[in-house]
Design a protein around this ligand. Structure first.
Ligand code: ADP
Ligand code: MG
Length: 392
Protein backbone atom coordinates (compact mmCIF):
# COMPACT_ATOMS: atom_id res chain seq x y z
CA UNK A 1 0.00 0.00 0.00
CA UNK A 2 2.03 2.95 -1.12
CA UNK A 3 -0.43 5.50 -2.41
CA UNK A 4 1.04 8.89 -3.18
CA UNK A 5 -0.31 11.75 -1.09
CA UNK A 6 0.11 15.43 -1.87
CA UNK A 7 0.36 17.73 1.16
CA UNK A 8 -0.29 21.40 0.46
CA UNK A 9 0.54 23.50 3.50
CA UNK A 10 2.77 26.54 3.99
CA UNK A 11 3.64 25.77 7.62
CA UNK A 12 6.97 23.93 7.79
CA UNK A 13 6.03 22.25 11.08
CA UNK A 14 2.80 20.91 9.70
CA UNK A 15 4.63 19.72 6.58
CA UNK A 16 7.13 17.84 8.71
CA UNK A 17 4.50 16.32 10.97
CA UNK A 18 2.28 15.20 8.13
CA UNK A 19 5.19 13.84 6.14
CA UNK A 20 6.37 11.85 9.12
CA UNK A 21 2.91 10.48 9.97
CA UNK A 22 2.12 9.51 6.40
CA UNK A 23 5.51 7.96 5.68
CA UNK A 24 5.28 5.89 8.83
CA UNK A 25 2.07 4.49 7.47
CA UNK A 26 3.82 3.60 4.22
CA UNK A 27 2.50 6.37 2.00
CA UNK A 28 4.64 8.23 -0.48
CA UNK A 29 4.50 11.96 0.25
CA UNK A 30 4.99 15.04 -1.90
CA UNK A 31 4.80 18.52 -0.46
CA UNK A 32 3.82 21.92 -1.84
CA UNK A 33 4.10 25.15 0.13
CA UNK A 34 1.58 27.27 -1.71
CA UNK A 35 -1.60 26.88 -3.70
CA UNK A 36 -0.10 27.38 -7.13
CA UNK A 37 2.62 24.81 -6.51
CA UNK A 38 -0.02 22.46 -5.10
CA UNK A 39 -1.99 22.71 -8.29
CA UNK A 40 1.12 22.15 -10.40
CA UNK A 41 2.14 19.07 -8.40
CA UNK A 42 -1.36 17.66 -8.54
CA UNK A 43 -1.27 17.85 -12.34
CA UNK A 44 2.28 16.56 -12.66
CA UNK A 45 2.31 13.81 -10.03
CA UNK A 46 -1.26 12.51 -10.07
CA UNK A 47 -1.44 11.83 -6.33
CA UNK A 48 -4.00 9.38 -4.95
CA UNK A 49 -5.20 11.95 -2.42
CA UNK A 50 -4.64 15.62 -1.55
CA UNK A 51 -4.44 17.23 1.90
CA UNK A 52 -5.12 20.90 1.51
CA UNK A 53 -4.62 23.61 4.07
CA UNK A 54 -7.14 26.46 3.80
CA UNK A 55 -4.93 29.50 4.29
CA UNK A 56 -2.22 29.30 1.70
CA UNK A 57 -0.18 31.90 -0.16
CA UNK A 58 -1.12 32.60 -3.80
CA UNK A 59 -4.25 30.44 -4.12
CA UNK A 60 -6.11 29.47 -0.95
CA UNK A 61 -7.28 25.91 -0.25
CA UNK A 62 -10.82 26.56 -1.45
CA UNK A 63 -9.55 27.93 -4.73
CA UNK A 64 -7.17 25.03 -5.24
CA UNK A 65 -9.96 22.54 -4.54
CA UNK A 66 -12.30 24.29 -6.95
CA UNK A 67 -9.64 24.38 -9.66
CA UNK A 68 -8.81 20.71 -9.27
CA UNK A 69 -12.47 19.80 -9.55
CA UNK A 70 -12.88 22.00 -12.61
CA UNK A 71 -9.84 20.56 -14.34
CA UNK A 72 -9.89 16.87 -13.51
CA UNK A 73 -12.82 16.00 -15.76
CA UNK A 74 -15.82 13.73 -15.34
CA UNK A 75 -14.02 10.41 -15.17
CA UNK A 76 -11.64 11.37 -12.37
CA UNK A 77 -12.03 12.28 -8.74
CA UNK A 78 -9.02 12.78 -6.53
CA UNK A 79 -10.08 12.58 -2.86
CA UNK A 80 -9.51 15.95 -1.17
CA UNK A 81 -9.32 16.64 2.55
CA UNK A 82 -9.33 20.27 3.63
CA UNK A 83 -7.48 21.19 6.81
CA UNK A 84 -8.44 24.29 8.71
CA UNK A 85 -7.84 25.94 12.05
CA UNK A 86 -11.40 27.19 12.30
CA UNK A 87 -14.37 25.40 13.70
CA UNK A 88 -17.02 27.53 11.97
CA UNK A 89 -19.69 25.58 10.17
CA UNK A 90 -19.41 28.11 7.39
CA UNK A 91 -15.85 26.95 6.71
CA UNK A 92 -17.00 23.40 6.42
CA UNK A 93 -19.76 24.33 4.03
CA UNK A 94 -17.30 26.31 1.92
CA UNK A 95 -14.89 23.38 1.86
CA UNK A 96 -17.55 20.94 0.74
CA UNK A 97 -18.84 23.39 -1.82
CA UNK A 98 -15.36 23.82 -3.23
CA UNK A 99 -15.36 20.07 -3.84
CA UNK A 100 -13.62 18.67 -0.74
CA UNK A 101 -14.62 15.17 0.31
CA UNK A 102 -13.72 15.65 3.93
CA UNK A 103 -12.72 18.29 6.39
CA UNK A 104 -10.45 18.22 9.46
CA UNK A 105 -10.00 20.87 12.12
CA UNK A 106 -6.49 21.47 13.41
CA UNK A 107 -5.17 20.25 15.71
CA UNK A 108 -6.29 16.71 14.95
CA UNK A 109 -5.04 13.33 16.05
CA UNK A 110 -2.85 11.55 13.47
CA UNK A 111 -5.00 8.44 13.89
CA UNK A 112 -8.05 10.39 12.82
CA UNK A 113 -6.31 11.77 9.78
CA UNK A 114 -5.09 8.31 8.80
CA UNK A 115 -8.56 6.88 9.27
CA UNK A 116 -10.11 9.51 7.02
CA UNK A 117 -7.41 8.97 4.42
CA UNK A 118 -7.90 5.23 4.34
CA UNK A 119 -11.60 5.56 4.15
CA UNK A 120 -11.41 7.99 1.21
CA UNK A 121 -8.80 5.94 -0.59
CA UNK A 122 -11.07 2.92 -0.33
CA UNK A 123 -14.10 4.86 -1.40
CA UNK A 124 -12.47 6.34 -4.45
CA UNK A 125 -10.12 3.51 -5.30
CA UNK A 126 -9.95 3.15 -9.08
CA UNK A 127 -10.44 -0.59 -8.82
CA UNK A 128 -12.91 -2.69 -10.72
CA UNK A 129 -14.59 -3.47 -7.41
CA UNK A 130 -16.30 -0.14 -7.17
CA UNK A 131 -17.61 0.30 -10.66
CA UNK A 132 -21.00 -1.26 -10.39
CA UNK A 133 -20.09 -4.91 -10.11
CA UNK A 134 -22.54 -6.99 -8.12
CA UNK A 135 -21.68 -7.51 -4.44
CA UNK A 136 -19.84 -10.74 -3.64
CA UNK A 137 -22.38 -11.64 -0.93
CA UNK A 138 -20.09 -13.88 1.11
CA UNK A 139 -21.26 -14.85 4.58
CA UNK A 140 -18.57 -15.66 7.14
CA UNK A 141 -19.70 -17.08 10.47
CA UNK A 142 -17.21 -16.70 13.32
CA UNK A 143 -18.06 -19.32 15.86
CA UNK A 144 -16.32 -19.42 19.23
CA UNK A 145 -15.69 -22.96 20.39
CA UNK A 146 -15.52 -21.52 23.88
CA UNK A 147 -16.13 -18.11 25.42
CA UNK A 148 -13.10 -15.86 25.63
CA UNK A 149 -11.06 -17.43 22.84
CA UNK A 150 -11.10 -14.19 20.83
CA UNK A 151 -13.98 -14.73 18.41
CA UNK A 152 -15.27 -11.19 18.69
CA UNK A 153 -11.79 -9.73 18.45
CA UNK A 154 -11.13 -11.65 15.24
CA UNK A 155 -14.55 -11.03 13.68
CA UNK A 156 -14.39 -7.27 14.22
CA UNK A 157 -10.83 -6.84 13.08
CA UNK A 158 -11.21 -9.14 10.10
CA UNK A 159 -14.26 -7.13 9.04
CA UNK A 160 -12.29 -3.90 9.24
CA UNK A 161 -9.36 -5.40 7.33
CA UNK A 162 -11.64 -6.69 4.58
CA UNK A 163 -13.03 -3.21 4.17
CA UNK A 164 -10.11 -0.89 4.68
CA UNK A 165 -7.26 -2.93 3.37
CA UNK A 166 -9.01 -5.01 0.73
CA UNK A 167 -11.67 -2.55 -0.34
CA UNK A 168 -14.64 -4.84 0.26
CA UNK A 169 -18.06 -3.59 1.24
CA UNK A 170 -18.52 -5.09 4.66
CA UNK A 171 -21.26 -5.48 7.25
CA UNK A 172 -20.58 -6.89 10.69
CA UNK A 173 -23.40 -8.63 12.55
CA UNK A 174 -23.26 -9.14 16.31
CA UNK A 175 -24.99 -12.50 16.53
CA UNK A 176 -24.31 -12.78 20.22
CA UNK A 177 -27.90 -11.81 20.86
CA UNK A 178 -27.91 -11.88 24.65
CA UNK A 179 -24.51 -10.58 25.53
CA UNK A 180 -23.20 -9.05 22.35
CA UNK A 181 -20.32 -6.74 23.06
CA UNK A 182 -19.65 -4.96 19.80
CA UNK A 183 -20.87 -1.76 21.44
CA UNK A 184 -18.04 -2.08 23.94
CA UNK A 185 -15.40 -3.03 21.39
CA UNK A 186 -16.47 -0.16 19.15
CA UNK A 187 -17.34 2.43 21.78
CA UNK A 188 -21.01 2.80 20.87
CA UNK A 189 -23.86 3.69 23.21
CA UNK A 190 -26.94 1.66 24.08
CA UNK A 191 -29.03 4.20 22.20
CA UNK A 192 -27.86 2.89 18.83
CA UNK A 193 -30.33 0.86 16.82
CA UNK A 194 -30.08 -2.90 16.89
CA UNK A 195 -31.42 -6.08 15.37
CA UNK A 196 -34.48 -5.66 17.62
CA UNK A 197 -35.48 -2.68 15.50
CA UNK A 198 -35.41 -4.96 12.48
CA UNK A 199 -37.39 -7.87 13.89
CA UNK A 200 -40.09 -5.72 15.48
CA UNK A 201 -40.90 -3.94 12.22
CA UNK A 202 -43.87 -5.14 10.16
CA UNK A 203 -41.65 -6.43 7.35
CA UNK A 204 -37.95 -6.79 6.72
CA UNK A 205 -36.75 -5.03 3.62
CA UNK A 206 -33.55 -3.41 2.39
CA UNK A 207 -34.64 0.08 3.35
CA UNK A 208 -35.46 -0.92 6.93
CA UNK A 209 -32.11 -2.63 7.35
CA UNK A 210 -30.31 0.33 5.90
CA UNK A 211 -31.89 2.54 8.54
CA UNK A 212 -30.97 0.24 11.40
CA UNK A 213 -27.34 -0.32 10.43
CA UNK A 214 -24.84 1.81 12.28
CA UNK A 215 -21.91 3.19 10.35
CA UNK A 216 -18.60 2.74 12.15
CA UNK A 217 -15.83 5.29 11.54
CA UNK A 218 -13.84 2.56 9.84
CA UNK A 219 -16.46 2.38 7.10
CA UNK A 220 -17.79 -1.00 8.18
CA UNK A 221 -21.57 -1.11 8.70
CA UNK A 222 -22.84 -2.70 11.89
CA UNK A 223 -25.93 -4.63 12.84
CA UNK A 224 -25.79 -4.48 16.63
CA UNK A 225 -27.13 -6.95 19.16
CA UNK A 226 -30.06 -5.97 21.37
CA UNK A 227 -29.16 -3.46 24.09
CA UNK A 228 -30.39 -5.85 26.80
CA UNK A 229 -30.50 -9.66 27.03
CA UNK A 230 -34.25 -10.05 27.51
CA UNK A 231 -35.10 -8.79 24.03
CA UNK A 232 -32.82 -11.34 22.39
CA UNK A 233 -35.56 -13.94 22.27
CA UNK A 234 -37.55 -11.80 19.86
CA UNK A 235 -35.12 -12.84 17.15
CA UNK A 236 -36.08 -16.08 15.40
CA UNK A 237 -34.33 -18.20 12.82
CA UNK A 238 -36.72 -16.86 10.15
CA UNK A 239 -35.64 -13.35 11.01
CA UNK A 240 -32.00 -14.33 10.70
CA UNK A 241 -32.61 -15.83 7.28
CA UNK A 242 -34.45 -12.77 6.06
CA UNK A 243 -31.75 -10.45 7.38
CA UNK A 244 -28.86 -12.43 5.92
CA UNK A 245 -30.64 -12.66 2.56
CA UNK A 246 -31.02 -8.91 2.46
CA UNK A 247 -27.42 -8.29 3.47
CA UNK A 248 -26.12 -10.76 0.93
CA UNK A 249 -27.68 -8.71 -1.81
CA UNK A 250 -25.78 -5.55 -0.96
CA UNK A 251 -22.47 -6.46 0.69
CA UNK A 252 -19.32 -8.24 -0.37
CA UNK A 253 -18.69 -9.64 3.07
CA UNK A 254 -21.16 -10.32 5.84
CA UNK A 255 -19.23 -11.15 9.01
CA UNK A 256 -21.35 -12.75 11.73
CA UNK A 257 -19.98 -13.15 15.25
CA UNK A 258 -21.72 -15.94 17.19
CA UNK A 259 -21.10 -17.71 20.48
CA UNK A 260 -20.86 -21.41 21.17
CA UNK A 261 -24.54 -22.19 21.69
CA UNK A 262 -25.94 -24.49 19.06
CA UNK A 263 -29.47 -23.10 19.29
CA UNK A 264 -31.87 -22.55 16.40
CA UNK A 265 -30.66 -19.09 15.57
CA UNK A 266 -26.98 -20.02 15.59
CA UNK A 267 -27.65 -23.14 13.55
CA UNK A 268 -29.41 -21.03 10.97
CA UNK A 269 -26.38 -18.75 10.79
CA UNK A 270 -24.08 -21.76 10.36
CA UNK A 271 -26.37 -23.15 7.69
CA UNK A 272 -26.56 -19.95 5.70
CA UNK A 273 -22.86 -19.13 5.97
CA UNK A 274 -20.49 -19.85 3.11
CA UNK A 275 -17.69 -20.45 5.57
CA UNK A 276 -17.70 -21.25 9.27
CA UNK A 277 -14.58 -20.14 11.08
CA UNK A 278 -14.34 -22.09 14.30
CA UNK A 279 -12.18 -19.98 16.59
CA UNK A 280 -10.17 -21.84 19.21
CA UNK A 281 -7.14 -21.68 21.45
CA UNK A 282 -4.78 -24.52 22.24
CA UNK A 283 -6.10 -25.77 25.57
CA UNK A 284 -7.77 -29.01 26.47
CA UNK A 285 -11.28 -27.79 27.16
CA UNK A 286 -11.30 -25.86 23.94
CA UNK A 287 -10.01 -28.86 21.98
CA UNK A 288 -12.77 -30.94 23.50
CA UNK A 289 -15.37 -28.42 22.35
CA UNK A 290 -13.90 -28.19 18.88
CA UNK A 291 -14.05 -31.94 18.57
CA UNK A 292 -17.71 -31.97 19.59
CA UNK A 293 -18.51 -29.11 17.28
CA UNK A 294 -16.78 -30.72 14.34
CA UNK A 295 -18.72 -33.89 15.03
CA UNK A 296 -22.05 -32.07 15.26
CA UNK A 297 -21.34 -29.98 12.21
CA UNK A 298 -20.26 -33.17 10.47
CA UNK A 299 -23.79 -34.52 10.84
CA UNK A 300 -25.18 -31.48 9.10
CA UNK A 301 -23.64 -32.60 5.84
CA UNK A 302 -21.74 -29.47 4.93
CA UNK A 303 -18.97 -29.72 2.37
CA UNK A 304 -15.65 -30.17 4.10
CA UNK A 305 -14.17 -26.87 3.00
CA UNK A 306 -17.02 -24.96 4.61
CA UNK A 307 -15.56 -25.37 8.10
CA UNK A 308 -12.22 -23.72 8.84
CA UNK A 309 -10.26 -23.83 12.06
CA UNK A 310 -8.70 -20.64 13.34
CA UNK A 311 -6.19 -21.02 16.14
CA UNK A 312 -6.02 -17.77 18.07
CA UNK A 313 -3.06 -16.83 20.26
CA UNK A 314 -1.23 -19.57 18.41
CA UNK A 315 2.20 -18.77 19.78
CA UNK A 316 1.08 -18.50 23.42
CA UNK A 317 2.60 -21.12 25.64
CA UNK A 318 -0.07 -23.62 26.64
CA UNK A 319 1.91 -26.84 26.60
CA UNK A 320 -0.05 -27.90 23.52
CA UNK A 321 1.63 -27.20 20.20
CA UNK A 322 -0.12 -26.64 16.89
CA UNK A 323 0.97 -30.13 15.88
CA UNK A 324 -0.48 -31.65 19.07
CA UNK A 325 -3.75 -29.84 18.51
CA UNK A 326 -3.94 -31.02 14.91
CA UNK A 327 -3.18 -34.54 16.04
CA UNK A 328 -5.93 -34.47 18.66
CA UNK A 329 -8.45 -33.12 16.18
CA UNK A 330 -7.21 -35.23 13.31
CA UNK A 331 -7.34 -32.32 10.94
CA UNK A 332 -5.25 -29.35 9.99
CA UNK A 333 -5.58 -25.94 11.51
CA UNK A 334 -6.25 -23.59 8.66
CA UNK A 335 -5.32 -20.22 10.10
CA UNK A 336 -3.32 -18.89 13.01
CA UNK A 337 -3.46 -15.51 14.76
CA UNK A 338 -0.61 -14.41 16.99
CA UNK A 339 -0.83 -13.87 20.72
CA UNK A 340 -0.51 -10.26 21.80
CA UNK A 341 -2.45 -9.64 24.93
CA UNK A 342 -1.59 -5.99 25.44
CA UNK A 343 -2.51 -4.98 21.93
CA UNK A 344 -5.79 -6.87 22.09
CA UNK A 345 -6.89 -5.73 25.52
CA UNK A 346 -5.90 -2.09 25.15
CA UNK A 347 -7.80 -1.85 21.86
CA UNK A 348 -10.82 -3.38 23.58
CA UNK A 349 -10.64 -1.02 26.53
CA UNK A 350 -10.14 2.00 24.29
CA UNK A 351 -13.10 1.04 22.12
CA UNK A 352 -10.86 1.32 19.06
CA UNK A 353 -10.10 -1.91 17.17
CA UNK A 354 -6.39 -2.36 16.45
CA UNK A 355 -7.10 -2.94 12.77
CA UNK A 356 -8.49 0.59 12.67
CA UNK A 357 -5.98 2.50 14.76
CA UNK A 358 -2.91 0.24 14.74
CA UNK A 359 -3.08 -1.74 11.53
CA UNK A 360 0.69 -1.91 11.50
CA UNK A 361 1.02 -3.59 14.90
CA UNK A 362 1.92 -7.26 15.30
CA UNK A 363 -1.72 -8.17 15.78
CA UNK A 364 -2.82 -5.89 12.97
CA UNK A 365 -0.47 -7.59 10.55
CA UNK A 366 -1.53 -11.03 11.69
CA UNK A 367 -5.21 -10.18 11.18
CA UNK A 368 -4.51 -8.59 7.82
CA UNK A 369 -2.77 -11.73 6.66
CA UNK A 370 -5.80 -13.72 7.80
CA UNK A 371 -8.21 -11.37 6.02
CA UNK A 372 -6.15 -11.57 2.83
CA UNK A 373 -6.17 -15.34 2.98
CA UNK A 374 -9.93 -15.65 3.45
CA UNK A 375 -10.59 -13.02 0.82
CA UNK A 376 -8.52 -14.95 -1.65
CA UNK A 377 -9.98 -18.32 -0.71
CA UNK A 378 -13.43 -16.97 -1.46
CA UNK A 379 -12.70 -14.84 -4.47
CA UNK A 380 -15.46 -16.43 -6.53
CA UNK A 381 -18.85 -14.69 -6.41
CA UNK A 382 -21.62 -16.20 -4.29
CA UNK A 383 -23.62 -17.52 -7.24
CA UNK A 384 -20.68 -19.50 -8.60
CA UNK A 385 -19.88 -20.91 -5.17
CA UNK A 386 -23.49 -21.94 -4.58
CA UNK A 387 -23.52 -23.85 -7.85
CA UNK A 388 -20.17 -25.46 -7.09
CA UNK A 389 -21.33 -26.67 -3.69
CA UNK A 390 -24.74 -27.81 -4.95
CA UNK A 391 -26.56 -25.19 -2.91
CA UNK A 392 -29.23 -22.86 -4.30
N1 ADP B 1 -4.69 -12.69 19.55
C1 ADP B 1 -4.88 -12.33 20.81
N2 ADP B 1 -3.84 -12.17 21.64
C2 ADP B 1 -4.03 -11.81 22.92
N3 ADP B 1 -5.21 -11.59 23.48
C3 ADP B 1 -6.30 -11.75 22.72
C4 ADP B 1 -6.19 -12.11 21.36
N4 ADP B 1 -7.45 -12.18 20.85
C5 ADP B 1 -8.29 -11.86 21.84
N5 ADP B 1 -7.62 -11.60 22.98
C6 ADP B 1 -8.20 -11.20 24.28
O1 ADP B 1 -9.02 -12.25 24.74
C7 ADP B 1 -10.15 -11.75 25.44
C8 ADP B 1 -11.42 -12.34 24.91
O2 ADP B 1 -11.61 -11.87 23.59
P1 ADP B 1 -13.03 -11.84 22.88
O3 ADP B 1 -12.79 -11.42 21.48
O4 ADP B 1 -14.02 -11.08 23.67
O5 ADP B 1 -13.40 -13.40 22.91
P2 ADP B 1 -14.78 -14.15 22.65
O6 ADP B 1 -15.57 -13.30 21.69
O7 ADP B 1 -14.39 -15.45 22.03
O8 ADP B 1 -15.45 -14.32 23.96
C9 ADP B 1 -10.08 -10.24 25.34
O9 ADP B 1 -9.53 -9.71 26.48
C10 ADP B 1 -9.15 -10.00 24.16
O10 ADP B 1 -8.47 -8.79 24.29
MG1 MG C 1 -17.51 -12.56 21.89
Amino acid sequence: MSAKILVVDDDANVQRLLTYTLKQEGYEVIVASDGAEGLRLWAAEEPALVLLDVSLPKLDGFQVAAKIRAEEGEAHHVPLIILTAEREVEQKVRALRAGADDFLIKPFHPAELLARIRSLLTRFAPREMLVGRPPLGRIHAFYGAKGGVGTTTIAINAAIALHRELGRKVVLVDGNLQFGDHRVFLDLGLDRKSIVDVVTAPSIDAELIRQVLVEHDSGVDLLLAPPSPETAELVTQEHISAILDQLRASYDDIVVDIDKRLDEVNLRVLDTADTIFVVMTADLSCLKNVRLVLETIGHLGYPEEKVRLVLNRSNAFTGISVKNAEGALRRTIDYQIVNEYRGAISALNAGAPFMFTKADSVLGRSLLEFARAIDKAMAAPAAARAVASGRH
